[in-house]
Design a protein around this ligand. Structure first.
Ligand code: NAD
Length: 483
C-alpha cells in the first residue's frame, strides 16, 4: 500500500484523526493506497512555513537556487522509472508515457533553473543627472498551486520550477486522485536541498483547501490547472485579495485539415496525438474539421488506425492507451457519445464502455457530427474524435473560433499561405502547424478566452512569478558633498 501525507516546513504534518481518502488504480478499480487529508490547523502551519520559507528563498542567490534545482533535475532523471510506475498505477497512462512525462518534468525544471539567473531589471535614463532610476524584478511572494490528475508529474514540476526560479515559496496541492507522483516530485526537490518551508505539500478536500489558502494574506499568487468551472471559482476568491493568478483551464482544440495534405498520413499522425493519455489532455485535438475533398479518406484512415490501438493496463508491454483516470470520465464520455449519435452523428468505431473492471473506454470516432451535438462545444477529455467536413476555409475558421475556449489549435496543410492565414486567424494561445507538439520547456504554455490567462514555461513562465518595482534614488550630487 502506498501512502501520501502533507509535508510542511520540512517534515510530515501529523495529527490524530485526520481523514483518509482511498487512491484507486483505474486499470482495475482496486485501492492501491491512501492519502491523508489535511485540516485547517495544518493549512495554517503550511501558510506560516511558506511565509518563513519565502524570507529564506528570496534572499538565496539565483545561482544557488539554480544549483539546487539542477540537483533536483538529476534526481528526477535517476528516479524516472520508479516515479513513472507509480504514475501508471494511480493514473492509468501507459508506462512509457508516464516515464516520458517525468523526463519532461525534469527538462522543464532544468530550463527554468537556467532562467533563474536571467530575471533582469532595467536602468532608466533619468530626467536629471543626480537621480538613478532602476526597475527591479522581485519574487511576488508565497504561491498556492493547484494541480489536476491528468499530468501528475509535469504540472506540479512546472509550477514548482517557475516559482522557485523566481524566488517564491510554494504550497502545492496536487490532485488527491494521483497523490503519489506529486509526492515523489516534491521529494526530489527536498532531497536536492530546497530549504524547509520553501516547498510545502498539502492534500485535502479541494474546495476547503483552496478557500483557506487563497483567503490568507500570506498567499500572493495562485496558479491553477484544471477545469474552467473551477478556475472561475478560484478567480472569484483571488479577486477578494487582488491576487495575481495563472489559470490554465479547459480547451477544445480544433484541427483544420486542408485538402492539400495526404489524408492517410495526416490521419495516422492525428491518431497518435488524439489518444495520448486517453485524450485526457487539455491541448488534445478534439474537433476535426476536414476539407471535403479529403474528408472520407481521412475518416477511413483515422478509424483504421484507431481500431489498431492496443488498449489495456498501462503496465503491460505494448499497451498504447490505458483506462480513463476515473469513473466520472467514463460516465461523461459515454454521455457525450450517446448525445452525438442522438443528434445524427455516425459512430465509426468504439462508443460503448466495455464490461469488466477498470475505467476503460475504447478509441471512438464520430463522423458527420453536427455543431448542435454537445461534444462540439463541451470539452470531451476522453478518447473521442468527432469529425465534420467543411468547404471554404473561412467556414472552418469560424467554427474553430466559435467556442469560448482558446487553448490549442492545429492546422494541417502544405500551403504556407494557408498555414500563415490560419495561424493568424485562430483564437488560441498555442497554434501548431503540421504537428501536435505545442508544449516545450522554452515555449509559453497557456490560453486565451475562457481557457485562462498567463503562461507556464518559457520566459513568460518565470515572469509570472515576478513583480515590478521602480526605484528612483537621488544620488549624492555636488551640493550634498562635504566641503
Ligand atoms: P473538476 O472540475 O471537479 O476538477 C478539475 C480539477 O480541479 C481536479 O484536479 C480537482 O482536484 C481540482 N479542483 C476541483 N475543485 C477545486 C477547488 N475548489 N480548488 C482547487 N482545486 C479544485 O473535474 P474533474 O472531474 O476532476 O475533471 C473534469 C474536467 O476538468 C475535464 O472535463 C476537463 O475539462 C477539466 N480538466 C482540465 C485539466 C487541464 O489540464 N486543463 C486537467 C484536469 C481536468
Amino acid at each position: 500500500m502506498e501512502y501520501a501525507y502533507s509535508y510542511i516546513a520540512g517534515r510530515r504534518y501529523q495529527r490524530d484523526g485526520l481523514a483518509l481518502a482511498p487512491v484507486v488504480n483505474p486499470a482495475d478499480g482496486e485501492t492501491i493506497g491512501q492519502v491523508e487529508m489535511i485540516d485547517a490547523t495544518g493549512l495554517d502551519e503550511a501558510l506560516a512555513a511558506a511565509a518563513d520559507g519565502f524570507e529564506t528563498w528570496r534572499k538565496t542567490s539565483p545561482y544557488e537556487r539554480a544549483r539546487i534545482m539542477q540537483d533536483a533535475v538529476t534526481l528526477l532523471r535517476e528516479r524516472k522509472e520508479a516515479i513513472g510506475r507509480l504514475m501508471t498505477l494511480e493514473q492509468g497512462k501507459p508506462l512509457a508515457e508516464a516515464i516520458g512525462e517525468v523526463a519532461t518534468a525534469a527538462d522543464n525544471t532544468e530550463w527554468m533553473a537556467q532562467e533563474a539567473t536571467r530575471a533582469y531589471g532595467r536602468l532608466l535614463s533619468p530626467r536629471t543627472f543626480d537621480v538613478m532610476q532602476v526597475v527591479k524584478r522581485e519574487p511576488i511572494g508565497p504561491v498556492a498551486s493547484f494541480c489536476p490528475w491528468n499530468f501528475p508529474a509535469l504540472t506540479p514540476a512546472r509550477k514548482i520550477a517557475g516559482a522557485l526560479a523566481a524566488g517564491c515559496s510554494v504550497i502545492l496541492k496536487p490532485s488527491e486522485e494521483t497523490p503519489f507522483t506529486a509526492r515523489e516530485i516534491v521529494q526530489a526537490f527536498i532531497d536536492a536541498g530546497v530549504p524547509a518551508g520553501v516547498l510545502n505539500l498539502v492534500y485535502g478536500q479541494a474546495s476547503d483547501v483552496s478557500a483557506h489558502l487563497i483567503a490568507s494574506p500570506v498567499v500572493r499568487k495562485i496558479s491553477f490547472t484544471g477545469s474552467t468551472r473551477v478556475g472561475k471559482e478560484l478567480l472569484a476568491l483571488a479577486a477578494q485579495g487582488v491576487k495575481r493568478a495563472t489559470m490554465e483551464l479547459g480547451g477544445h482544440a480544433p484541427v483544420i485539415v486542408f485538402d492539400d495534405v495526404d489524408p492517410v498520413a495526416a490521419a495516422r499522425q492525428a491518431v497518435a496525438a488524439k489518444f495520448r493519455n486517453a485524450g485526457q489532455v487539455c491541448t488534445s485535438p478534439t474537433r476535426f474539421y476536414v476539407q471535403r475533398g479529403v474528408y472520407r479518406d481521412f475518416v477511413a484512415a483515422f478509424v483504421d488506425a484507431a481500431r489498431g490501438l492496443r488498449v489495456g493496463n498501462g503496465l503491460e508491454p505494448g499497451v498504447q492507451m490505458g483506462p480513463l483516470a476515473n469513473r466520472r470520465r467514463q460516465d461523461a464520455v459515454q454521455s457525450l457519445v450517446d448525445d452525438a449519435v442522438a443528434c445524427g452523428a455516425k459512430l465509426e468505431c468504439g462508443g460503448q464502455r466495455p464490461q469488466g473492471p477498470g475505467f476503460f473506454y475504447p478509441p471512438t470516432v464520430l463522423s458527420d457530427v453536427p455543431e448542435t451535438a454537445r461534444i462540439m462545444s463541451e470539452e470531451p477529455f476522453g478518447p473521442i474524435a468527432p469529425m465534420a467536413p467543411f468547404d471554404a476555409p473561412d467556414e472552418a475558421l469560424a467554427r474553430a473560433n466559435a467556442l469560448p475556449y482558446g487553448l490549442a489549435a492545429y492546422v494541417l496543410t502544405r500551403s504556407l499561405a494557408r498555414a500563415s492565414a490560419a495561424a493568424d486567424a485562430l483564437q488560441a494561445g498555442m497554434v501548431a502547424v503540421n504537428h501536435y507538439t505545442v508544449s516545450t520547456p522554452a515555449s509559453p504554455f497557456g490560453g486565451v478566452k475562457e481557457s485562462g490567462y498567463g503562461s507556464e514555461g518559457g520566459i513568460e513562465g518565470l515572469d509570472a512569478y515576478l513583480v515590478t518595482k521602480s526605484v528612483t534614488q537621488r544620488v549624492a550630487g555636488a551640493d550634498l558633498l562635504p566641503g
